[in-house]
Design a protein around this ligand. Sequence first.
Ligand code: SF4
Length: 188
Amino acid sequence: MRVNRRQFIKVTGAGAACLSLVQLELDLSPVQAYASSLKIEGAKEMYSICPFCSVSCHIISHVKDGKLISTEGDPDYPINQGALCAKGASMLSMTRNEHRLAKPLYRAPGATRWEEKSWDWTLEQIASRVKKVRDKDLILKNDKGQTVNRLESMFFIGTSHADNEECAIAHQLARSLGIVHLDHQART
Ligand code: SF4
């Protein structure tokens, strides 16, 4: 049977601790009570991969009652060895964060207040404004008469919480519009 580092430390560490504490006739009930109060007690452990860049660090996730309750770096995975960068470490808040916006907010030009809008209204606005700018500014040919189909008046920027696949699609969308100025936080 293959035993990974995590299992080895768990078994040998727990075994040694129990032996010495029992030999010392210490009362382990407070420790047992603490262990049963841990938030991951009774949770299902699953392995996942951080989607935010091509390093693809491994993450151990705990799910309880159908909800993700904890995420941490996988110490047995040789690439990240338990570590996660700030984005991977914030994985839990990606799925559970009461401060995340759930609806589009719009602030009209010159206005000081944000208004809640529907997704239909928001997507329609984005599409019509992008089309208007593109129809006006698309450069079809350069000075040499070569076809370039280039849109230089628009900048496309991606959120750092878009995953690899979302970034690939966003990149294809930007390029299909002729956008040449684009950037995103996860460039590894
Ligand atoms: S974003 Fe950070 S945690 Fe996620 S795969 Fe890349 S380096 Fe690892």
